[in-house]
Design a protein around this ligand. Structure first.
Ligand code: TXA
Ligand code: MG
Length: 325
């Protein structure tokens, strides 16, 4: 099996119709979202959800985000407290996932939530949103990569990794945000950050007037079971906070500060020459993959500021650099 790739700029309506048909057959479809490409399937169909886990090689205790077309649809499946509703109004559609109490018997299958009594919900932008509306049911969608690999930000990334396991990949161009959604959970009036992502924590604080609490260590891992340490792992080793390049390393740099030994680098990738964190996030996964593809045994990465989207970038880089089994 080799996936058909349909480009939405050329065949928008055909892409929508074909994606609906494949989803209706209980098969997953790789789709563009503003964050990363997702591997989407009918969140109410257990056979379809099982195929997501099989295709990714993903552990079944790791729940999936359920994607909705609008707030009305989301409210059929989950209970909103006032703060979560405020966050939904401020950031949806967009790169924010809310962990909410699941409405019993709502129709989302327990395989999508890994049997939890909560559900992760997000309203994506663009083609994904149109597809959910046309299909009429929520789509469970993890990132469209083999479990443990870097998330895809283009249809070509998906095709390289999963092309022979899928029937359909929808090509919507480069994902504009480039890192996955921010995941938060509101409990007893407290906003807890389970995964930094495409909405900066500072923006959430500004919209609510509340402090965002970071979960640390094992608690965060249990809360968002996908946040295992050695995730986003490229083949090459990753060396963080580099101020110089060693012979044969590939270099991923940020900003205009000079890097000693840059002439020794096997290849140089500049996340954002002007020091723009949004541009750096959009380039991050593609450059990690390209740096890996140079065959360099190690990738050196210069420091990235830890505010705004830098928090998500540094989180993903720390996972890419984490020791492997
Ligand atoms: O931007 C994104 O969020 C992308 C696009 C495709 O929407 N999706 C994505 O999905 O990154 P995935 O499966 O790679 O990451 C989802 C994370 C996992 O860490 C999972 O454990 C967590 O969300 N999660 C899902 N449902 C949860 C729940 N009910 N409680 C706690 N964590 C949950
Ligand atoms: Mg993922």
């Amino acid at each position: 099996m080799t996936a058909q790739i349909i480009d939405i700029t050329r065949e928008h309506d055909g892409a929508l119709a074909k994606a609906c048909a494949v989803l209706g057959d209980g098969l997953p479809v790789a789709i563009p979202t503003e964050t990363v490409y997702g591997l989407a399937a009918d969140a109410t169909n257990p056979a379809a959800i099982t195929r997501i886990y099989e295709t990714k090689g993903r552990p079944r205790f790791n729940p999936l985000i359920c994607h909705m077309s609008d707030l009305d649809m989301a409210e059929r499946y989950a209970e909103f407290d006032p703060i979560s509703r405020k966050l939904a109004e401020a950031f949806w559609p967009g790169p924010l996932t809310l962990i909410l109490p699941l409405k019993p018997e709502s129709g989302i299958h327990a395989l999508a939530t890994a049997g939890l009594d909560t559900v992760g919900i997000r309203l994506p932008k663009g083609f994904a949103s149109e597809l959910i509306r046309a299909f009429g049911r929520p789509l469970a969608a993890p990132s469209a990569n083999t479990s443990g690999k870097v998330s895809p930000t283009s249809a070509a990334h998906v095709a390289d990794d999963l092309g022979d396991k899928l029937v359909l990949i929808i090509d919507g161009g480069a994902a504009p945000v480039g890192v996955e959604s921010t995941i938060v959970r509101v409990e007893d009036g407290v906003i807890r950050l389970l995964r930094p992502g495409g909405v900066a924590a500072e923006e959430i604080e500004k919209a609510t007037g509340l402090q965002v609490i970071r979960s640390e260590g094992p608690a965060a891992i249990i809360e968002a079971p996908g946040m295992l340490a050695s995730h986003y792992a490229p083949g090459a080793a990753v060396r963080l906070n580099a101020d110089h390049v060693d012979e044969g390393e590939a270099l991923i740099r940020f900003g205009s500060a000079p890097v000693a030994g840059v002439e020794l680098a096997k290849a140089v990738f500049d996340l954002s020459p002007s020091g723009d964190l949004a541009q750096a996030a959009a380039n991050l996964f593609d450059y990690l993959k390209q740096a890996d593809a140079t065959g360099a045994a190690r990738v050196a990465v210069t420091p990235i500021p830890d505010h705004g989207l830098g928090e998500a970038i540094n989180d993903r880089l720390a996972r890419a650099a984490a020791p492997r089994e």
